[in-house]
Ligand binder design. Sequence first.
Ligand SMILES: [Zn+2]
Ligand SMILES: [Zn+2]
Length: 372
Amino acid sequence: MSEILQGLYIGDQRDAYDDDFLKTNKITHILTIEMTPITKDHACNYAYKFVYARDMDDQDLLGYFQECFDFIEEGLGIGGVLVHCFAGSSRSATIVLGYIMHKQGLSLREAVGLIKKHRKIRPNDGFISQLQLFELMDRKIDTQHEQYKQYRLENLALKMQRGSHGDTMDGCSLGDDPLLSGSANSKCFYKCRKCRRPLFKGSALLTHYEGKGQIAFLNWKTPQTINDTSFDDTDTSKVDTSNSDDTLSSAISKLDTSDVDMSVSQPDEKNNANIKNVIKDTSKIDTRVGDTCTATTPMPCTRSLFIEPIKWMENEISEIEGKIMCPKCSAKLGSFKWMGERCPCGTWVTPAFHINAGKVDRAVPRPKPVAR
Ligand SMILES: [Zn+2]
Ligand SMILES: [Zn+2]
């Protein structure tokens, strides 16, 4: 067990049962990030929270950040907090990294540096991608952030492809129905050309960047580790040039790996690539913001309308693919494929909720009359 900040500890499975150590260090709260919780007999002595998570690249932890942070915060206000997983190296470290970034306004690199002073950690590549996305969102969960929306959709698409969506179609990954949420408040929305029913807000459109034809397709098929692409691209300004190859990946790989959580097998490669594509897009955006546009800068594609799935589709999209029909007049508006599809521009979009531009009209709310 290692104290990272005052009262905040990272530990492994054994630490969670070490009553002497827990008492000595005044631990009142235990947070388990694992596939099984600690025993009830033991948990009842503490304020206890359990988050089911495997140590795999495609495991979502980002979606649990806020509730974990709240629990840690509550615990630190009362006593001490132990965050643990099997080895105290990947899952628990990811949660604590996120917490430190959030709480202290640190970059991922700085947070890794801080924890490294106290403990050897080794979050898996998928968790590092999630932490990079977290950093991109200014170290808080922004459910309206486009990259985060895409991340959530990728996760949902993976579950749908595996046929294990079950209760995950909980609506929180689905976009607002403008008819129910008041389309007048949104800047623009799209309606059915045939019956005029409002269908989705402009913010439901998912941007993708013009692909490089076959290359974009190959990129999707060939997993690249984020450590050798986007991290270097996005963070060059902060890298100490005297030590320019000391990227996060090498920093982490320099850590002793004896502590690695080895509880599960590797996810398959395609799924890996799916998740990482989100982050690859992230790096493209950063480049656009940070540098002047160059000829090689990818441009947002305007050829096809891809949107996030909307609440009114909920009952129709449990299949792996199908048609998208207007909820009022049943006109065919487009189609969906959870596996994704290739835009004519060459980019592979996952999942693909494809709206035929000829079936919808873009509407902008009338400005309010000016008061005299
Ligand atoms: Zn209609
Ligand atoms: Zn396109």
